[in-house]
Write a protein that binds this ligand. Structure first.
Ligand SMILES: [Zn+2]
Length: 636
């Protein structure tokens, strides 16, 4: 170990042990289920639950039904699993396939259950309850809840899914517990986490040591800090934060495979992101948690640097690039693809940072990912998502805009309800992204201060100084920038309501008296038993320039794109109405930005003058919301 690295680790350890300087979290995350979607967002989530989110167990039954946490736990003589994928161009080796079904199942159930509760779907809630109790039956007396037999567990020196299988499962169980307050589930979780902390003793074990080969499962396991962070928030017991900081320290010191988020690499400003991208983005959360847990100034510095590095890898729509590896220093609208998993993970990391820091600018990034890149990776007309997608999307035939890759047959650039030919990772995450977004739409700053952090149509039920209050946020946002807040309480009640002011707001139109505080609109008054107020934002057409000096049109939170008419073709069919879809363009016209674009906003679209590169003529072009397109030109 280099001396510098050794000193950093020592510093980290000393801060971890003292814990005197942990940072205060600015906002508190409300219990899952307090915020329910409404309006268009609810409709979209209902379609998902009736679509690929609610049916994945039917589309890929052998993956979802593998009893990997129960009688199918892995032992010394377990055989490699056939996941039905092509493995074309895999450079990661096959040992990851051993644990993979745990990720598929647990991420899928996490999204499924959260959708069920947010939509109050009785049948789906009952199915979730049954699943949770089936899983709890697999817990051993000592608390172990995972995928390995006694002889293997906590005893590895190479690729394994010990912590990752737990992180995905326990996150779902936490959501279930928060929505139901079922104490049986809570006790099982506490016991399961205690079992990890006993068997990987803090600063006396090396859970991230896994030899020199690719060990993506071990690296994913660092997100076990998600569970620890939430356990800390629910119990106020700092042992969970302390353990999370230990996991990050051990990862930094001992892991060799996915190293972008290791402390010494972050602090090395010349080190360029190069890992499997989804790891890079999800590892932002352990870094955030370790920073807040320890208050270590080195970590605070690293967090700032890491955010800057990530920004460079992100497209104008919030696309967290990497297809699936981060291979270029700067995101490119045509040449760098982004994976749906990465969109979810980066968004989730940013919501963690928003909750802890209260920084309003982070919320703009979250909305950008959710309303642009993520919406723009959904098939607007079918229940299917793109595994990989680019901002400029000229063909979706499996390849990245027609590129022939020398070492593999690329099939990720298409729409599918499962993507089983590659890996069933993105669809489960596409089921998680909406509930994870909604859960952070409101936060609490104190007993009498509520904060509308992310803007969307929703209904919040919470308490102010112990008194139940319901707030309906009625809006078509982000497609319109008008809001009505309807407040219903048992009686008149005084409190502070903060509404985030997005960075693109020109004027705030409301009859309410307000002040502006750190990027938030603050309204403080006594609200009547049945009260309401309106607040509207005016904005303008913004011409944004990406890191490659290409131009984008933005209006409010929405990026606009020129849709390209296409012909669709059905590929693999999983079940009735659940098909893979590819799209070919009807035209290869391209447009170029001109300074005198005369862009106007009308009825939800932008009309701009652009140069047609086929005939070099300047002509009016209609741009529509990016999220409503399949093939498109977005940068000009
Ligand atoms: Zn994926």
């Amino acid at each position: 170990m280099k001396i510098k690295q050794f000193l950093i680790i020592c510093l980290l350890l000393s801060y971890d042990i003292s814990f005197a300087q942990s940072l205060n979290e600015k906002y508190h995350a409300l219990p899952f289920g307090s915020i329910k979607p409404s309006g268009w967002l609810k409709e979209q989530m209902q379609k998902d639950l009736q679509g690929f989110v609610g049916n994945l167990d039917r589309l890929v039954p052998s993956l979802i039904n593998d009893p990997i946490y129960g009688e199918g736990r892995m032992h010394k003589n377990s055989k490699e699993k056939d996941l039905g994928n092509s493995k074309s161009g895999d450079i990661e080796g096959s040992s990851q396939y051993m644990w993979w079904n745990s990720e598929t199942q647990s991420n899928w159930w996490d999204g499924y259950m959260r959708n069920a509760f947010l939509l109050n779907d009785k049948a789906a809630i009952e199915k979730s309850r049954k699943h949770v109790y089936e899983i709890l039956k697999t817990q051993d007396n000592d608390g172990y809840l995972g995928i390995y037999d006694k002889e293997l567990r906590y005893n590895f020196n190479s690729e394994n899914g010990e912590l990752w299988a737990k992180a995905t499962l326990y996150r779902g169980l936490l959501g279930y517990f928060e929505a139901t307050q079922d104490t049986i589930v809570w006790k099982a979780l506490q016991k399961a986490v205690a079992n990890v902390m006993e068997n990987y003793p803090i600063y006396k074990s090396h859970p991230f040591y896994s030899g020199d080969g690719f060990s993506g499962g071990v690296a994913h396991g660092l997100t076990f800090t998600d569970v620890l962070d939430r356990m800390y928030q629910l119990t106020n017991d700092k042992k969970y934060w302390e353990y999370a900081a230990f996991l990050y320290a051990d990862f930094s010191e001992n892991h060799t495979s996915e190293s972008d988020a290791q402390l010494n690499n972050i602090l090395d400003e010349k080190y360029l992101l190069r890992s499997h991208a989804v790891h890079t983005y999800e590892h932002l959360r352990p870094l955030i948690t370790a920073t807040y847990a320890t208050g270590n100034p080195q970590l605070e510095k690293a967090l700032k640097l890491y955010l800057t590095k990530i920004k460079k890898a992100t497209t104008m729509t919030g696309g967290a690039t990497g297809d699936e590896w981060i291979w270029k220093q700067i995101a490119d609208a045509t040449a760098t693809g982004y994976e749906y998993c990465s969109l979810h993970e980066l968004m989730d990391s940013y919501t963690s940072l928003l909750q802890k820091s209260g920084n309003a600018a982070i919320a703009d990034d979250i909305e950008n990912i959710f309303y642009n890149a993520a919406q723009g990776s959904r098939d607007p007309n079918h229940s299917a998502i793109a595994y990989l997608k680019t901002d400029n999307s000229f063909v979706m035939d499996g390849t990245k805009n027609g590129e022939v890759e020398p070492n593999r047959k690329q099939t990720r650039y298409k729409y599918s309800p499962a993507h089983q030919d590659v890996a069933v990772c993105c669809n489960p995450n596409a089921g998680k992204i909406s509930p994870y977004f909604v859960k952070s739409a409101w936060m609490k700053q104190s007993d009498n201060t509520l904060v509308a952090t992310l803007l969307c149509p929703n209904i919040l039920e919470t308490t102010i100084n112990g008194i139940p209050v319901k707030i309906e946020e009625i809006t078509e946002y982000p497609y319109k920038n008008e809001f009505k807040f309807k407040i219903t309480g048992e009686k008149a009640i005084g409190f502070k309501l903060k509404i985030r002011k997005p960075e693109w707001v020109k004027n705030i139109i409301t009859r309410e008296k307000f002040s502006i505080e750190d990027g938030y609109i603050v309204i403080e008054r006594e609200f009547q038993k049945n009260d309401e107020f309106s607040i509207n934002f005016t904005t303008y057409i913004a011409i944004k320039e990406d890191l490659n000096k290409e131009k984008y049109f933005k209006y409010g939170a929405i990026v606009y794109a020129k849709p390209i008419a296409s012909i669709s073709e059905i590929g693999k069919s999983y079940a009735d109405a659940f098909n893979d879809l590819t799209y070919k363009p009807k035209s290869n016209q391209r447009f170029k930005f001109v300074e005198n674009h005369k862009a106007t906003y009308k009825n939800g679209n932008i009309i701009a003058q652009l140069k047609n590169l086929e005939n070099n003529k300047i002509e009016p072009v209609t741009l529509i919301p990016f999220g409503k397109t399949v093939l498109r030109q977005t940068s000009f």
